[in-house]
Design a protein around this ligand. Structure first.
Ligand SMILES: Nc1ncnc2c1ncn2[C@@H]1O[C@H](COP(=O)(O)OP(=O)(O)OP(=O)(O)O)[C@@H](O)[C@H]1O
Length: 481
């Protein structure tokens, strides 16, 4: 007679304690090895030598922290923070209790043993963001976690939570944002007094969540700024102008402004602009002809910008200059486009749109070395709306209307790494967003400084240039709908 299957099953209760200890030690080799290394060092080298080595390591860490803060913050700080969080915020007992509270634990049907989803990895890219990699137990799914995500956020003390599928089966990623480091409105960037105080490689925009100045390089870059309506994109238009103020006044930097939204946002700063194209003038009849007189005015500004870029390239080639230096003779040219989608997808005829995209691609691929930068603002950053999206070298995402927009702007997995831009509340969080850089794919939470109308008026008062080659500054040209 066949032995019933059930009699062959292991009937013991929990996994034996020694086996569990061995498993834990294997999973935490660093923690396990540390006392062994320390003990062996004391026995073999003596307490004084071991103490000196430890003191030396601490000293090296402190020196690194003070001598090269940027690399310390990028490399050491997140790792140390992750270890601290792992052993404080998410230590075994409280992790288990949090999951029990949310009914996220299982039970082994044979042994009755409590099965707790295992915390595989804790990353803490910024002081307020934790990213957990979790292996869920048999019978669970991503859905089970997502169904109780509010309870889980409360149990883990987070304000915002996102739970997504991980890279492997049965692994999920939980991103937690703790607190709001920006509970006050941040003042706008200072207007430097003189040209030599302007740093085009570090244009001040606001604060980072670490309480540092948030600055981005514009010379040699193009910026894409994405955000839903009312997210505060305007502050990322006025801050760069403030930071470049004296250069604009001296015409060492020239601003070409395209505002297809009727000039509502940019009208106040019109005297600052070398070119200003807006859809304000609805009375102008636009003829979509082929002659130079009939060129779409928005396109005309773009074409002129492109032509100047070509001239500059020829000039640099002729003078064998490999590096561009801004000067009155060769100004740093900045094209700002408020609502890029109106140019690249939504406004104008199909032929105009495809021409716009071609010219933009040319500027974005060739302009940087010649001192031509593009700063564009967009609400919906999909590829069909902004085909040239990937050619921007610096990306910022303020509050977005959709979770999928975050990765489109900040790069693959940016949301998994903590950039929960779609979870930023609408009220009271304008100007808050995330940025990534080429060096690090870790998103940093930032808040832009806010320029009031008075701040804009101050900028115009202090930094209006006097153009004399092309007539009055800020020529308003209509946008063909
Ligand atoms: N950095 C900021 N800090 C605090 N409040 C801000 C900030 N930026 C903007 N705001 C507030 O949010 C409102 C909307 O900002 P803004 O007009 O810049 O949004 P937007 O993203 O340009 O929207 P739209 O695309 O509809 O023009 C402003 O009127 C202001 O009250």
């Amino acid at each position: 007679m066949k032995t019933p299957k059930s009699t062959t099953r292991r009937s013991s209760g929990k996994t034996p304690i020694p086996a569990r200890c061995a498993g834990w030690m294997l999973r935490h080799p660093g923690v396990t090895a540390m006392p062994a290394v320390f003990g062996t060092s004391v026995i073999e080298l003596g307490a004084v030598t071991t103490g000196s080595a430890v003191a030396g390591l601490v000293g090296a860490g402190l020196s690194w922290r003070y001598l090269h803060k940027d690399s310390y913050m990028a490399v050491a700080s997140p790792r140390l923070r992750a270890v601290r969080r792992r052993w404080t915020r998410y230590i075994g007992k409280s992790w288990k209790e949090s999951l029990e509270y949310c009914n996220l634990v299982g039970q082994d049907r044979r042994t009755g043993e409590l099965l707790v989803p295992r915390l595989l990895r804790v990353a803490a890219p910024t002081p307020s963001i934790d990213v957990l990699k979790v292996k869920f137990v048999k019978g669970q799914s991503l859905r089970v976690f997502q169904d109780v995500q509010d309870e889980l956020a409360a149990a883990l003390g987070a304000d915002v939570i996102a739970i997504e599928k991980g890279s492997k089966p049965r692994i999920l990623t939980i991103t937690l944002v703790h607190g709001n480091p920006f509970d006050v409105v941040i003042p706008p960037a200072d207007i430097p007094g003189e040209v030599d105080e302007v740093d085009l490689k570090a244009i001040e925009l606001g604060d980072t969540e670490q309480g540092e100045i948030w600055a981005e390089p514009l010379l040699g870059h193009h910026w894409l700024i994405s955000g839903a309506t009312g997210s505060g994109k305007g502050s990322l238009l006025w801050n760069p102008l403030r930071a470049m103020g004296p250069m604009i006044r001296e015409q060492i930097a020239r601003i070409w402004m395209i505002d297809p939204k009727g000039g509502m946002e940019t009208e106040r700063g019109k005297p600052l602009f070398y070119r200003h194209a807006t859809s304000a003038d609805d009375d102008v009849e636009y003829d979509d002809g082929t002659g130079p007189e009939d060129v779409d005015p928005m396109l005309a500004v773009l074409l002129e910008f492109r032509d100047r870029m070509r001239e500059r390239q020829a000039f640099l080639r002729e003078h064998k200059l490999r590096k561009f230096t801004p000067s009155v003779e060769t100004p740093f040219e900045v094209l700002m486009i408020d609502e890029l989608a109106m140019l690249t997808a939504l406004g104008g005829s199909r032929s105009t749109i495809s021409q716009v995209n071609r010219i933009l691609a040319e500027i974005l691929t060739q302009g940087r070395a010649a001192g031509f930068a593009v700063v564009a603002y967009v609400q919906e950053p999909t590829k069909d709306i902004v085909p040239v999206r990937d050619l921007f070298t610096r990306r910022i995402s303020l509050r977005t209307g959709s979770a999928s927009y975050v990765d489109m702007v900040l790069g693959e997995d940016a949301r998994l790494r903590g950039a929960l831009a779609d979870e930023i509340p609408e009220e009271g969080c304008e100007g808050i967003g995330y940025r990534t850089s080429e060096k690090s794919r870790t998103p940093i939470r930032v808040r832009a400084g806010y320029s009031t109308d008075d701040d804009i008026d101050e900028l115009v008062r202090l930094c209006t240039p006097h153009f004399d080659d092309d007539g009055p500054a800020g020529i308003v040209v209509p946008f063909a709908a």
